[in-house]
Design a protein around this ligand. Structure first.
Ligand code: FES
Length: 107
């Protein structure tokens, strides 16, 4: 089996939460498991709520890629206004290439 990757969420106040995340797990699921505040995942990862909004650290944005066509309109409905690297974290799935990923949680 592929080993877990390490993901760090940076909160608005600068606090960080780091967790081991199994490949195949969405970053929304992982955030909830790690008790990351403000990541709610109300719709269960179905692109219907925008409560899993994160801003990917700029140096990671090329590896996570841009929002998908289905995801992009939902990013206009986030509580905190979207930024250039905004994603819905239910659509970012852990894989080995994302080991070390850093996600910023909007205020
Ligand atoms: Fe609802 Fe991601 S959990 S859009």
């Amino acid at each position: 089996p592929m080993s877990a990757i390490t993901v760090t969420w940076v909160l608005h106040d600068g606090a960080q939460i780091t967790a081991a995340v199994a490949p195949g797990t969405s970053m929304m699921q992982a955030a909830i498991a790690a008790n990351v505040p403000r990541i709610l995942g109300d719709c269960g990862g179905n692109l219907a709520c925008a409560t899993c909004h994160v801003q990917v650290a700029p140096e990671w944005a090329s590896r996570t890629g841009p929002a998908t066509d289905m995801e992009d309109p939902m990013l206009d409905m986030t509580e905190v206004e979207r930024g250039p690297t905004s994603r819905l974290s239910c659509q970012i799935i852990a894989d080995p290439a994302l080991d070390g990923l850093i996600l910023h949680v909007p205020a």
